[in-house]
Design a protein around this ligand. Structure first.
Ligand code: MSP
Length: 531
């Protein structure tokens, strides 16, 4: 296998950087299937970019300041620091369990982050875009956001339905209003800055609707990054959180690294935080004299569909501090319990395959089961077991080399093109759909030729060798979605190494399966499940 990497001694062409982020998650809550949705999608994309040889830097983390965290800590009878330490650790553990391949994990309470926040906002202050003012407004602690009277529903927060509080503070304000025109110009000259188009239009709607200055500091509590030019204030949590994207890219500490990474920054976010990322953040960057990130992709929401969730799939207690009676909501569903029930890769596959990035989609127990049975048990798992069984009955357990003239080689080329194109559009579901067409074609080929009825010899070898070659390539193509399964397929067909370390397109060229290697007959990869 060719190996990637950016430090290749001057002989290799420079490897393009690809810097990808998830939102950093609030530690008032444990990881749930909604936050897993974003994280798994970002992870699959990072893995795909590694496969095509990009120098990937993929980061996630936790957002640990603000009133919401202080409130959660108090509700659990502990200090903000102890609370954030324990909840942040739950995110680290959960993402490890879900095979998330992040290269860094940022916690906003880290000294490296405080230093960058202070340096960045000092620059914005020195550039004249921050000034003192009196803030009076209605605030929802759950959103960490302000509302106008008109935006409230029955006098309560339109998202959380909880009472808002009247805040009056002397605050520093960011002069967001100065950036309406620069933002419109930026959007006009960077058509793909925000994707998909519906979300781009939404962001433009905010900007055209008029931008007011934003209060960015607090004096009512101390749990935040201190304002460097005024001891009495800490930064408002959103103003510190967005800057995490600069902290991990070495802003202010390693200018060369920052310059290379920042031009390749891609943020994946949910639609709930569009305004902060697509309006505030580029304006903040401009105010500090840096370019906005390269791209922001906004996905929709995973909504609760069928209610058939076993008790063990629902985590008690930590979600929705201060909320009323318990009812099953998406934030109550633990991705770890789902991984225990279905396996890590089937959960990842479901999250990637069933809710296309960009729109909203349903999450349900029945949905996972039916996808599992159709695609994993009946299709991929079936192909792996069939091929291994016939290699054992006809070829003494030794995998034959592929047929150079197999028509499946054309299907591989088509699927590779379709997948590359789909991943570049943030459409993992289409990339996987294309890959499953290839799996379906290999299964159909076996059904058409029926090698189990043939006598041992060159004809059966050609059919089975080609099926093994499809499996070798399929493992590479599914590795961004199901890294563990991909590695297991290679092990079973007798190939050493890890498909996640393959490089495309070279390693999908037809004919790579060596032949003459032992094929393992194992337990079904995905035993069929009852609904
Ligand atoms: N801390 C802020 C983000 C700061 S980024 C500089 C925050 N955190 S959060 O914990 O509330 O996570 C929000 C993100 O989690 C959403 O933007 C989205 O990516 C993901 N999701 C949370 N619930 C979700 C669903 N039900 N469905 C899909 N994604 C969900 O906001």
């Amino acid at each position: 296998m060719r190996t990637g990497g950016s430090t290749g001694a001057g002989t290799l062409p420079a490897v393009p950087p690809y810097y990808l982020t998830t939102p950093i998650y609030y530690v008032n809550d444990a990881p749930h299937v909604g936050t897993a949705y974003t994280t798994v999608n970002a992870d699959a994309l990072a893995r795909w970019h590694r496969l095509i040889g990009d120098d990937v830097f993929f980061v996630t983390g936790t957002d640990e300041h603000g009133a919401k965290i202080v409130e959660a800590a108090e509700a659990h009878g502990t200090s903000p620091q102890a609370w954030t330490d324990s909840t942040s650790a739950r995110f680290v553990e959960a993402w490890k369990r879900l095979d998330i391949s992040n290269d860094d994990f940022i916690r906003t309470t880290e000294p490296r982050h405080h230093a960058v926040v202070q340096e960045f906002l000092q620059r914005v202050y020195d550039n004249g875009f921050i000034e003192l003012g009196l803030y009076t407004g209605l605030y929802c602690v759950s959103c960490e956001d302000y509302y106008t009277e008109e935006q409230l529903v029955d006098g309560k927060c339109p998202i959380h339905g909880r009472p808002v509080v009247q805040l009056q503070e002397e605050n520093y304000f960011f002069r967001l209003s100065a950036f309406a025109q620069p933002l419109l110009d930026y959007y006009a000259s960077h058509r793909d800055f925000v994707r998909p188009t519906t979300k781009r239009n939404e962001a433009l709607g905010f900007i055209r609707g008029g931008l007011e200055d934003v209060s960015i500091t607090r004096t009512s509590f101390r749990w935040g990054v201190p304002v460097p030019w005024d001891d009495g204030h800490v930064f408002y949590v959103w103003y510190d959180a967005l800057i995490n994207y600069l902290t991990v890219a070495s802003y202010g500490s390693d200018p060369a690294r920052f310059a290379s990474l920042w031009g390749a920054a891609h943020h994946l976010i949910g639609k709930d935080i569009l305004k902060f990322h697509c309006v505030w953040w580029p304006a903040m960057c401009m105010a500090a004299g840096i370019e906005p990130p390269a791209e922001i992709f906004v996905h929709g929401y995973l909504l609760m569909g069928g209610q058939k969730l076993g008790k063990t799939m629902i985590q008690a207690g930590v979600a929705g501090v201060g909320d009323d009676a318990r009812r099953v909501r998406i934030t109550d569903v633990s991705p770890l319990a789902l991984a225990d029930e279905f396996g890590v890769d089937p959960l990842r596959y479901h999250l990637l395959r069933d809710v296309p990035l960009g729109g909203d989609g349903d999450f349900s127990y029945e949905g996972i089961v039916s996808r599992y049975n159709a695609d994993l048990a009946n299709n991929l798992g079936n192909l792996v077991s069939r091929v291994a069984t016939v290699v054992h009955s006809k070829c003494g357990g030794v995998g034959p080399a592929p047929d150079a003239a197999s028509t499946l080689s054309d299907r591989v080329a088509e699927v590779l093109t379709a997948s590359s194109e789909a991943w570049s559009r943030w459409a993992p579901h289409e990339a996987l759909e294309a890959t499953w067409k290839l799996i379906g074609a290999a299964n159909a080929e076996l059904e058409g030729t029926e090698p189990w009825k043939m006598p041992p010899g060159p004809e059966v070898d050609a059919v089975l060798g080609s099926a093994l070659e499809v499996l070798r390539i399929v493992a590479v193509l599914v590795s961004p979605a199901m890294p563990g399964t991909a590695a297991e397929i290679w092990r079973r067909i007798g190939i050493e190494g890890d498909p996640s370390a393959a490089r495309l397109p070279d390693d999908a060229a037809w004919g790579g399966y060596p032949g003459g290697v032992p094929v393992v007959k194992g337990e079904p990869l995905f035993p069929r499940r009852k609904g």
